[in-house]
Design a protein around this ligand. Structure first.
Ligand SMILES: Nc1ncnc2c1ncn2[C@@H]1O[C@H](COP(=O)(O)OP(=O)(O)O)[C@@H](O)[C@H]1O
Ligand SMILES: [Mg+2]
Length: 251
């Protein structure tokens, strides 16, 4: 069994990337998969969402790829779920990667070393760190694109699809789009409904079942708990568990 690498990416902030990365990672661990979550966002919110010390791991992994990666892996106190936290130093790692002109495959090479130890390796990414996001997507077998169901969401998405297509054509990326994940869905608002319709018109089967807007998702992150710990009977919990089921089926 070789680990499947899944990148969570969108050029836009605040669309549910981190929430999706943390929640899907835990959902897969609860399904008895061995999961590693790596946080490529300098804001380091994966660690705080899981109540783990955010002291930077990703910086060291990226800047010194020949060091033993295991020393940067933290336990999260949850069976089957480990974390390589990120912090502000990740932005510096980006400068180093660009200055050293590292190949597009650099992140893939580093994480491939862990292939036998995990079933899933999940990357949370941020567009702010240019150079890292592209390499994280290039490393992935599957890329998942959370998209807020709101006005103008198609714009960010167009950029994302262009990036995926460039990576495929120019760099030989062999992964695929796992899907577009509509987030913050609210059928009470016409904006949200219209946006979901537009996504389905534009991307058909590529659109996954939506995650509704749910205050509990915000609350649980603030408490350092996942939705499965904080509100296991909630709709948000069911929706993310269903997403994990789809991930397992597709990988
Ligand atoms: N479906 C949702 N409903 C309500 N709030 C959400 C939902 N998904 C995420 N959030 C909250 O919205 C904010 C932005 O989400 P986040 O996952 O950090 O986005 P990103 O990583 O794309 O910037 C966070 O406070 C998060 O808790
Ligand atoms: Mg984020």
């Amino acid at each position: 069994m070789t680990a499947k690498i899944i990148a969570i990416a969108n050029q836009k902030g605040g669309v549910g990337k981190t929430t999706t990365a943390v929640t899907v990672a835990h959902a897969l661990a609860l399904r008895e998969r061995r999961v590693l979550l790596a946080d490529f966002d300098p804001q380091g919110q994966c660690a705080t969402s899981l109540a783990v010390n955010p002291e930077g791991g990703v910086f060291n992994v990226l800047v010194n790829p020949v060091s033993d990666i295991h020393q940067w892996i933290r336990e999260t106190g949850r069976t089957g779920l480990d974390l390589i936290p990120g912090d502000r130093s990740t932005a510096t790692a980006q400068i180093v990667i660009n200055a050293e002109n590292r190949s597009i495959g650099t992140i893939r090479q580093i994480f491939r070393m862990l292939s036998k130890e995990y079933d899933y390796i999940i990357f949370d990414t941020a567009p702010s760190v240019g150079g890292i996001q592209e390499r994280a997507i290039y490393a992935s077998d599957l890329t998942l694109v959370p998209t807020a169901t709101e006005f103008l969401s198609m714009d960010g998405l167009a950029q994302m699809m262009e990036l995926l297509s460039t990576l495929r054509k120019e760099a030989g990326w062999s992964g695929e789009l796992l899907g577009i994940l509509p987030t913050f869905y609210d059928e009470q608002t016409s904006e949200s409904k219209k946006s979901l319709e537009d996504l389905r018109t534009g991307f058909g089967e590529g659109v996954l079942p939506p995650i509704h807007r749910a205050t509990v998702l915000r609350e649980c992150a603030a408490e350092g708990k996942t939705i499965f710990e904080f509100a296991p009977a909630s709709r948000a919990s069911n929706e993310y568990d269903e997403l994990a089921r789809i991930v397992v089926k597709r990988s």
